[in-house]
Design a protein around this ligand. Structure first.
Ligand SMILES: CC(C)(COP(=O)(O)OP(=O)(O)OC[C@H]1O[C@@H](n2cnc3c(N)ncnc32)[C@H](O)[C@@H]1OP(=O)(O)O)[C@@H](O)C(=O)NCCC(=O)NCCS
Ligand SMILES: CC(=O)OP(=O)(O)O
Length: 333
């Protein structure tokens, strides 16, 4: 069974409500049809029902829940709650009300915060920064977590590397230039995400352009230091730094470049040294290897909100909604 089919099976056993605030994006409409048809999640679409339905073409989305901020009976209560959450930043209730009326992403995140939905997925029509800012501001980090980061679940066809072609790649979307300490937190969170979604032991490689001292540079030192911090914070985690990508995932190269390493050649969690590498890296694998790229899946948020690439297809939205539903299930336990 393909990875996503397994995720969908689990999602269907305890159906969660996911808000899709980009109701005017045709891919969101197609995805909503597929999600409802397969029973993967209940969907809340944000906006005027008549207008959304008039643009839905061949797709049947009648069974979605439509919430229009302009006629929403709880708007004032939501505005009061948002103003309270942002009062340290000086937000008034009037400003909060205006934001909820004008910005469907803030409205969608508040539906999650107020318990109306278990999670939100957006980003087909909005930049990552605009999707994640309200989530970071309103939901904040989960208890015990310092840093939110964002990974892709990569499913590479006809590939026996990683976990039979399944990898977590991180951080590919959020933290532009992580310090060693931040990289260590990204690595630990990514291992947890891998294990919770794939149900296999994580083997984490922290990538560099150097393997075990083959190059000397401050950027290499940053990754070596990150590996030490991560291993101190999570001594039981199978993790190694610094490895080049081939040494991390190809058994023969791992043996020759890092013969002592327990992770080299077998890594299934790939940690990039910065966002340039991570964002470019996942798109290379997606576009040139034909991999499915689900995400960016956020880790470390107190409640699930996940992003999409603006280049996504409707099926990517379906996959990311299924993963979000799984996170929402875990949250509700
Ligand atoms: C996500 C991002 C927008 C946040 O930066 P910003 O808009 O400048 O906002 P701020 O730095 O003021 O942060 C906003 C809030 O989020 C919090 N925050 C930001 N990054 C965070 C992180 N990684 N983990 C936890 N909290 C974070 C801040 O503490 C702040 O909280 P507060 O408002 O309650 O004080 C920014 O990191 C970003 O643009 N990242 C790159 C996104 C991108 O373009 N990716 C490539 C394509 S996928
Ligand atoms: C994750 C990502 O790269 O998003 P976008 O393509 O929308 O910038």
């Amino acid at each position: 069974m393909a990875f996503l089919d397994k995720v969908i099976e689990i999602a269907k056993k305890d159906v969660q409500t996911i808000v899709l605030p980009e109701a005017f994006d045709p891919r969101t409409i197609e995805a909503t049809h597929k999600i409802l048809e397969q029973g993967i999640a209940d969907v809340i679409l944000v906006g005027n029902k008549t207008e959304i339905l008039s643009g839905s073409g061949e797709w049947n989305i009648e069974n979605a829940t439509f919430i229009n901020p302009e006629t929403f009976e709880e708007l004032d209560a939501y505005a009061a709650a948002l103003a309270e959450l942002r009062k340290s930043k000086g937000m008034t209730q009037e400003e909060a009300r205006k934001l909820l009326l004008e910005n469907a992403l803030y409205f969608g995140v508040m539906l999650v915060k107020m318990g109306r939905a278990g999670g939100m997925v957006a980003g087909a029509a909005n930049s990552t920064a605009n999707v994640l800012r309200p989530a970071l501001q309103i939901l904040k980090t989960a208890p015990g977590t310092k840093l939110v980061s964002a990974v892709f679940l990569m499913e590479v066809p006809n590939c026996d590397l990683g976990e039979e072609g399944i990898f977590i790649f991180g951080d590919c979307a959020l933290n532009p230039n992580p310090t060693s300490e931040e990289l260590a937190h990204i690595a630990i969170s990514s291992a947890k995400t891998f294990e919770s979604l794939v149900h296999k032991e994580a083997k984490v490689a922290m990538l560099s352009f150097s393997s075990k001292g083959s190059a000397a540079h401050p950027d290499v030192d940053k990754v070596i230091e990150a590996g030490k911090i991560a291993q101190n914070l999570a001594p039981d985690l199978q993790l190694d730094a610094e490895l080049q990508l081939d040494a991390a995932i190809v058994p023969k190269v791992g043996k020759s470049k890092a013969p002592e390493s327990k992770v080299a050649g077998q890594a299934n969690v790939i940690i990039f040294p910065d966002l340039d590498a991570g964002n470019i890296g996942y798109k290379l694998v997606q576009r040139l290897a034909g991999a499915n790229a689900y995400g960016p899946v956020c880790q470390g948020l107190s409640m699930p909100v996940n992003d999409l690439s603006r280049g996504c297809y409707a099926d990517d939205i379906v996959g990311t909604v299924a993963l979000t539903a799984l996170q929402a299930q875990m949250q509700s336990k």
